[in-house]
Design a protein around this ligand. Structure first.
Ligand SMILES: [Zn+2]
Length: 311
């Protein structure tokens, strides 16, 4: 009996998966494929948004079926009407490939109308279910961004290889694959936070922004640490401070960090890896995320995606 229920559930998931998969644009225009000698085009973002809104109802249906909760809530309209000015706020980012765990962020999308940016590495290894999860996260207004093909340390790699080798091995393969699968990839985070000016200059030809990781010195709190605060939305080289358990920042310290952003009209950049309530250095719990969101929203602060910068 239990077996029968399981297989019925599996068939249900398969149907949902096929519906969502059909919804993935199969290919980007040829000009979207990037190689070492082509230039990126960021001028057509509006067009993409418009194209994607055509199938909106069916996408919402898919999300609704999986979440068993309504997608739109009283904050739904706030997501749509984001102003072009960057108001004081928070940018929440997540790195690597914990797509199954990231998927739980949809609950926060629906409950609070917030959004996050997910920087993906090893995209070529994701299975169909994970591709669908990532697509549903993008449909819920989150940004799907790039964290290279094989997550190598760029600085170490460049000691033995050329910049062209790096681009052909770590940048173009999965970037093109993600675009073919319908992901609007615009921003990059360096694995291990390892980059330099030369890399910035090269990669900013292909991305709107590059993001580093930054660690406040022992005698400084997040609120005293200027690199992770943004005042100018045209800034293209970014730094984020870690919120996973392993970074050792208390909720109180993060709240004070949020206070500074609010008082100074700045945007605070945060990053984590896995969304999980289990202990683990690379984990950030749902409870911590909810606390951060509630604290910032009480002050009327907005959660931006990275692609809202750099324009
Ligand atoms: Zn990483």
């Amino acid at each position: 009996m239990t077996k029968k229920v399981h297989s019925l559930f599996f068939v249900f998931l398969l149907i949902i998966g096929l519906i969502a998969w059909n919804d993935l644009p199969q290919a980007y225009p040829a000009s979207g494929v990037i190689s070492a000698h082509s230039q990126p085009q960021f001028g057509n973002e509006g067009k993409n948004v418009e194209e994607k809104s055509i199938n909106k109802t069916s996408k919402q249906d898919v999300i609704q079926a999986i979440n068993q909760a309504p997608l739109t809530n009283s904050r739904g309209s706030a997501i749509q009407s984001f102003a072009s000015e960057l108001s004081p706020g928070i940018i929440l980012t997540f790195d690597d490939k914990s797509v199954d765990d990231w998927y739980s962020f949809l609950v926060l999308n629906n409950k609070y109308g917030v959004k996050a940016t997910f920087y993906v590495s090893f995209f070529h290894t994701l299975n169909l279910n994970q591709l669908i999860e990532l697509k549903l996260l993008q449909d819920a207004k989150n940004e799907i961004a790039y964290h290279t093909t094989n997550h190598v340390n760029a600085l170490k790699y460049l000691k033995a290889n050329s910049m062209d080798d790096y681009l052909n091995s770590e940048i173009f393969p999965d970037l093109n694959l993600m675009k073919e699968k319908g992901f609007r990839v615009q921003d990059l985070a360096y694995p291990y936070g390892a980059g330099n000016k030369e890399l910035d200059q090269e990669l900013l030809q292909y991305f709107k922004t590059v993001r580093y990781t930054a660690y406040p010195p022992k005698n400084k709190k997040i609120a005293d640490f200027n690199p992770v605060y943004l005042k100018d939305k045209r800034q293209r080289v970014l730094n984020a401070v870690g919120i996973d358990n392993g970074y050792g920042h208390t909720d109180e310290e993060i709240f004070q960090g949020i206070d500074r952003a609010y008082n100074n009209h700045e945007t605070l950049l945060l990053y984590g890896h896995v969304i999980s309530n289990k202990p683990g250095n690379a984990n950030t719990s749902m409870q911590r995320l909810e606390t951060i969101i509630q604290y910032a929203q009480k002050k009327g602060m907005t959660f931006h995606t990275v692609s809202e910068l750099g324009s």
